[in-house]
Design a protein around this ligand. Sequence first.
Ligand SMILES: NC(=O)C1=CN([C@@H]2O[C@H](COP(=O)(O)OP(=O)(O)OC[C@H]3O[C@@H](n4cnc5c(N)ncnc54)[C@H](O)[C@@H]3O)[C@@H](O)[C@H]2O)C=CC1
Ligand SMILES: N[C@@H](CC=O)C(=O)O
Ligand code: NA
Length: 436
Amino acid sequence: MKPVKVGVLGLGTVGGGTVNVLKRNAVEIARRAGREIVITRASAKDLTKARICDTQGIALTTDPFEIINDPDIDIIVELIGGCGAVKDMVLQAIANGKHVVTANKSLLALHGNEIFAKASEKGVMVAFEAAVAGGIPVIKAIREGLSANHIEWLAGIINGTGNFILTEMRDKGRDFNDVLAEAQALGYAEADPTFDVEGIDAGHKLTILASIAFGMPLQFDKVYTEGITQITRADVEYAEQLGYRIKHLGIARKTPEGIELRVHPTLIPDRRLIANVDGVMNAVVVKGDAAGPTLYYGAGAGSEPTASSVVADVVDVVRALTSDPENRVPHLAFQADALVDIPVLSADDFRTAYYLRLSAEDKPGVLADVTRILADHHISIEALIQKQPLAGETVVPIILLTQITREQEMNAAIAKIEALQTVTGKVNRIRLETLG
Ligand SMILES: NC(=O)C1=CN([C@@H]2O[C@H](COP(=O)(O)OP(=O)(O)OC[C@H]3O[C@@H](n4cnc5c(N)ncnc54)[C@H](O)[C@@H]3O)[C@@H](O)[C@H]2O)C=CC1
Ligand SMILES: N[C@@H](CC=O)C(=O)O
Ligand code: NA
């Protein structure tokens, strides 16, 4: 049988890793796929740049459309990233009847509905395992391995850069920007690293996970996102004193009123497995009604872990090349005509427990004012720490853990607490993981 010909767009961290893995493991991969798979063409922005991969035997060009329009190419692997010209490249590849493999979560979270519809019309596959949690085959696990289940919720550490930063800050006391620079040098970060630290990248990934878990169209605009930039060393320490770790989680949860889609720092009991997922590692817990909770763990970013997912998708596409398009695994796990527009809840309707940290004057009655406000909003207190003032200071930190409440009540209570004369500055609020 003729080899399958692959064209790679973008030879950076993931593109270079993909070339390396496909070349190094070519024989093993052909044994699995049943066909030889060769990268015959690749596009790069700068042909003179030093690369992490050996491009011998690969015809290089600076024009991705030369490859997209080449009738000899069977599969386009898009590893440039971003949404502008790249969207046109992917749509053109589909229009030309080529299968597409991509690691581009922003493209799919924002334009996936259109891209998958076009791909289905043309009978081609768009595979995207690398787009969520790097080297962890979590798309395949949810879409295929858990297809018997009604998924109740999923929660994951789904940004490697952010988890690497939080871990290094906690374990080594390192500075935020210093660790971010290292994550960039290691190839973990997005082209615009604010996507990593402000929760946008995790929001893109959560959008994709929620669609394949619940069978709903992709809707990134409905995801609530908060990043890790507001977490202080003090919060990390107080959380530890209370028996928690702070992790940046993406949570998608089905409730009778609709779906919660939220990305934010979260206090997790320190005995939980996911609380101990450190560095660039990611983990996703998926709760199915039949399987119960299942946990997927592995490298969330980096050249070869991500390439592992890209190449696995190429193998999947090769295996399915001769199959009837109607009988392939649907892009979003559910048949396209079975996707349901389930309502997504606004942040006001989230239900969770909270960690609150505030600074108050060291006077009698202050704590009583705070607890009265919480009681007025039917918010029960689970734990409380009041620190002694530091030498020469008159304000004391107060740390509270609450029981589960509606976010709207919590917002109203926080506004009243901040308005107290005896409370200085803002209340720092971090949600707790209460999924059970
Ligand atoms: N780095 C990682 O660990 C992971 C990255 N991803 C995704 O993989 C994709 C690629 O990311 P990286 O490899 O990290 O980025 P990168 O910046 O290392 O590589 C992208 C490459 O594309 C090249 N490029 C830009 N415009 C081009 C054009 N018009 N034609 C050809 N090449 C062009 C750039 O020069 C660069 O070498 C992105 O969508 C990213 O979100 C997904 C999972 C993990
Ligand atoms: N920037 C992303 C790369 C993988 O998706 C991350 O850090 O997780
Ligand atoms: Na994956």
